[in-house]
Design a protein around this ligand. Structure first.
Ligand code: DGI
Ligand code: FE
Ligand code: FE
Length: 211
């Protein structure tokens, strides 16, 4: 991938407000670090982090108009909460305006707000980095979640989705189907894997006893 880092950064600086631009850089560095920890393609993680919120500072009305023009489907839920659309429109603009054509990168931008079931490692990394980058300071359990990001991507997804769902409930916001499906998936997935791990420990102990 030939990426014109400076050109993209200069353009984003104009498109985003100062706080969002700082957040964007925070996400870019955090995605790079998590990718390093797991041996995932760092360049893909870095460019996805840099561009994930490229559509965030576009007004709701303009976002809807641009989505219609680009023939991106808008769900009933997104009509009610157009801010969710910045992820989908962001993936579209990353390709058309910032000339990033890598499908894995575009998918991780597309899913960065709701998450989804069975995400790729790159998708998980962008989702997680968005939540834990150093400028974030309001979410509960940040210290544990930041540590978990470098230990277990799936459990980290579960903890973030759990806190997000409970935050949305507490503030009487409706929960998107995709967010809920992602939450249920990682809840079941981490439980299954935990019991697999426990079984392996038990097997290990049995083997020790019998030898
Ligand atoms: O764009 P960022 O602020 O960096 O973060 P983001 O893309 O994760 O967007 C966060 C917002 O998305 C946050 O205000 C909660 C909202 N969100 C995510 N899932 C849902 C949701 N809002 C509603 N109403 N329902 C959801 O399921
Ligand atoms: Fe976002
Ligand atoms: Fe973000």
């Amino acid at each position: 991938m030939k990426i014109q880092w400076h050109k993209i950064q200069d353009r984003l600086k104009k498109e985003l407000d100062a706080n969002r631009y700082e957040h964007t850089k925070g996400v870019m560095y955090t995605t790079s670090c998590i990718a390093m920890a797991y041996g995932i393609d760092m360049e893909k993680a870095r460019i996805a982090g840099l561009l994930h919120d490229c559509a965030k500072c576009i007004s709701n009305q303009k976002t809807i108009n641009l989505c219609k023009k680009a023939k991106l489907p808008i769900s009933e839920f997104e009509k009610k909460y157009p801010s969710l659309l910045h992820a989908k429109l962001g993936a579209y603009l990353a390709e058309k305006k910032y000339a990033v054509h890598d499908k894995e990168v575009l998918n991780s931008i597309f899913w960065h707000t709701t998450g989804k079931e069975a995400m790729s490692d790159l998708e998980k990394i962008i989702y997680i980095a968005d939540y834990i980058e150093p400028n974030r300071n309001k979410a509960p359990h940040l210290q544990q979640i930041r540590k978990l990001a470098f230990e277990d991507l799936d459990r980290c997804m579960y903890e973030i989705l759990k806190d997000t769902v409970s935050y949305l409930c507490k503030h009487s916001k409706l929960i998107d189907k995709t967010t809920l499906k992602a939450y249920n998936y990682y809840k079941t997935y981490t439980r299954k894997n935990k019991s697999k791990k426990d079984n392996r420990c038990i097997e290990g102990l049995k083997n020790k006893e019998s030898s």
